[in-house]
Write a new protein. Structure first.
Ligand SMILES: Cc1cc2nc3c(=O)[nH]c(=O)nc-3n(C[C@H](O)[C@H](O)[C@H](O)COP(=O)(O)OP(=O)(O)OC[C@H]3O[C@@H](n4cnc5c(N)ncnc54)[C@H](O)[C@@H]3O)c2cc1C
Length: 399
C-alpha cells in the first residue's frame, strides 16, 4: 500500500493550491493528489471565459456568502497580495481590469500550467483517473482506496458543472465523518424566463440593469452586460442575482439604466419629431442594439418595422419606452448545475478551524475550496476562496 504524508482529494484550484503550499512548507514529505479526471485543473481552464479571473484587488468578506467571521479569518491570512505573490512565485505576472485580476498572458491555461509544472517539478504525485468513494479512518491515518495517508485534505469542489469533475461526491465523504452539509443550490447561473417577448432578442447583448422581484418586493439587482438567449437571460448581472431567483418571480430588465423613465420617453419623442420619415426599424439605432427594434415594435403595437416615426401613436411611443425601461419577464427557473459557475451551500463551516482548515471532529482531516459552505459573487472571489483555503490547509497539514 502506497503511503503518503498528505493526500489531497481533488486536483482543482483548492487541491492544487494546497499541494503547492504543503510542498513549500515541507520539502521532505510525500504528497499526492487523487483526481477522478484524466488530468488535474480541468475547471481552471474554463474559468473567466478562458482567461481565469483568479483574484480581485478588493477582497473583503462583503463579497462572500457564508459565515462572515470565518471568511474574515481566512482572508486575513490570505488576501489579494498573498494571491498575487503566490502566483508570482509560480511565474504569473498579472493584469487588472476594473479590479479583476487575470494572468498578463490572458490565458487560463497559464494558471493551470504553473500549478501543474511546479508540482511535477517538486515531486508531488498526480494519481489521476481515480474516483474516491470513501475515506476511512485507521489507527494512524486514513485509507483512501488502496492508498494510505497520515493526513487528508478533501478539496473535491461542489456540484457546479459536473462535466468538469465536481459532481458533489465530496460532500458524502465529509458526511461519513459526521460533518453536516447544508442544502446545495445553483449560484452564478443564467435564468430561464418566458421567451414569448424575447424570442427575437436571442444573441442580443445590452448594457442593462436587472432586478428580481417577488411580487412587488425587489429581492436583488445588478447592472452590466446581459445577453438574451433562446431560454432566457444570461450575463454577469443575471448570474449575480441568480442565487435568489425562484420560479414565479419576475425579472425586470432596464435597457436604458442611465436614463430615467421620463428621459427615455422624451428621447423617443425627440427622435419621432426630429426624424418623422424614418422607419421604426431604424429609429432606435444609436440608442439600443438595432435587433431590439423588431420585438420591441411588435410588443408596442406597431404593425410593421416599416411604419414611419410620424405614424407612431402616443401609445406606441409609451410602450417602446416601457419595453426599454421595464421589460418584465416571468422567471421559470435557472439553467441548472450543468451550467452554474458555483454551488451555494456546502459543508458547514462550524466544523472547521479557520486558522488551519482542519476538521474539529476528525484530527488530520482538512477541507478546502467550494466544497465548503461559502460562495461569492463574480470577480475572482470564488477562485480566491479556493486558493486561500487550499493554501492554509496545505501549509498547516505539512507542519
Ligand atoms: C465556467 C466557469 C467559469 C468560472 N470562472 C471563474 C472566474 O473567472 N473566477 C473565479 O473566481 N471563479 C470562477 N469560477 C468558479 C471557480 O472555478 C470555482 O469556484 C473553483 O474552481 C472551485 O475550486 P475547487 O478546487 O474547490 O473545486 P473544483 O475546481 O471543482 O475542483 C474539484 C476537483 O475535485 C475532483 N473530484 C471531485 N470529486 C472527486 C472524487 N470523488 N474523487 C476524485 N476527485 C474528485 C474534480 O474532478 C475536480 O478536479 C468559474 C467556474 C466555472 C464552472
Amino acid at each position: 500500500m502506497t503511503k503518503y504524508d498528505i493526500l489531497i482529494i481533488g486536483g482543482g484550484a483548492a487541491g492544487l493550491a494546497a499541494a503547492v503550499s504543503a510542498r513549500k512548507e515541507n520539502s521532505n514529505i510525500k504528497i499526492g493528489i487523487v483526481e477522478k479526471n484524466d488530468r488535474v485543473a480541468k475547471k481552471i481552464h474554463a474559468t473567466g471565459n478562458g482567461r481565469c479571473n483568479y483574484t480581485n484587488m478588493d477582497i473583503r468578506s462583503d463579497y462572500f456568502y457564508g459565515d462572515k467571521a470565518f471568511v474574515d479569518k481566512v482572508l486575513s491570512q490570505f488576501g489579494t497580495e498573498d494571491a498575487l505573490s503566490f502566483f508570482k512565485e509560480l511565474g504569473i505576472m498579472h493584469r487588472v481590469e476594473e479590479g479583476r485580476v487575470y494572468p498578463i498572458s490572458n490565458q487560463a491555461s497559464a494558471i493551470a500550467d504553473c500549478l501543474r509544472l511546479y508540482l511535477t517539478e517538486n515531486d508531488v504525485d498526480f494519481i489521476t483517473e481515480t474516483y474516491v468513494n470513501s475515506v476511512e479512518k485507521t489507527q494512524d491515518g486514513f485509507k483512501v482506496g488502496n492508498l494510505f495517508a497520515k493526513k487528508v485534505i478533501i478539496a473535491a469542489g461542489g456540484k457546479a458543472q459536473p462535466k468538469l469533475g465536481s459532481d458533489g461526491s465530496g460532500y458524502k465523504l465529509f458526511e461519513s465523518f459526521g460533518h453536516s452539509v447544508t442544502q446545495i443550490k445553483c449560484a452564478l447561473v443564467s435564468l430561464k424566463t418566458e421567451t414569448t417577448v424575447t424570442k427575437g432578442l436571442k444573441g442580443v447583448k445590452a448594457f442593462a440593469r436587472v432586478a428580481l422581484y417577488d411580487k412587488e418586493k425587489q429581492i436583488a439587482t445588478d447592472r452590466g452586460e446581459i445577453l438574451f438567449t433562446d431560454y432566457g437571460v444570461s450575463g454577469i448581472p443575471v448570474m449575480q442575482i441568480s442565487r435568489f431567483a425562484k420560479k414565479g418571480m419576475t425579472l425586470e430588465v432596464d435597457m436604458l439604466p442611465d436614463l430615467s423613465r421620463k428621459e427615455a420617453l422624451a428621447e423617443i419623442y425627440e427622435r419621432v419629431y426630429s426624424l418623422p420619415e424614418r422607419e421604426g426599424g431604424e429609429l432606435f439605432s444609436g440608442l439600443v442594439n438595432k435587433k431590439i427594434a423588431v420585438p420591441m415594435l411588435k410588443w408596442a403595437g406597431v404593425e410593421k418595422t416599416s411604419v414611419k416615426a410620424k405614424d407612431f401613436t402616443d401609445e406606441n411611443i409609451r410602450n417602446c419606452a416601457e419595453f426599454l425601461k421595464k421589460l418584465t419577464l416571468s422567471v421559470l427557473g435557472n439553467n441548472g448545475f450543468e451550467n452554474a459557475q458555483v454551488s451555494a451551500g456546502g459543508v458547514e463551516l462550524n466544523g472547521f478551524n479557520a486558522e488551519t482548515m482542519e476538521s474539529k471532529l476528525v484530527k488530520n482531516l482538512y477541507a478546502a475550496g467550494e466544497i465548503l459552505d461559502v460562495d461569492a459573487i463574480c470577480g475572482g472571489y470564488n477562485l480566491h476562496w479556493a486558493w486561500a483555503t487550499g493554501a492554509i490547509a496545505g501549509k498547516s497539514a505539512a507542519k
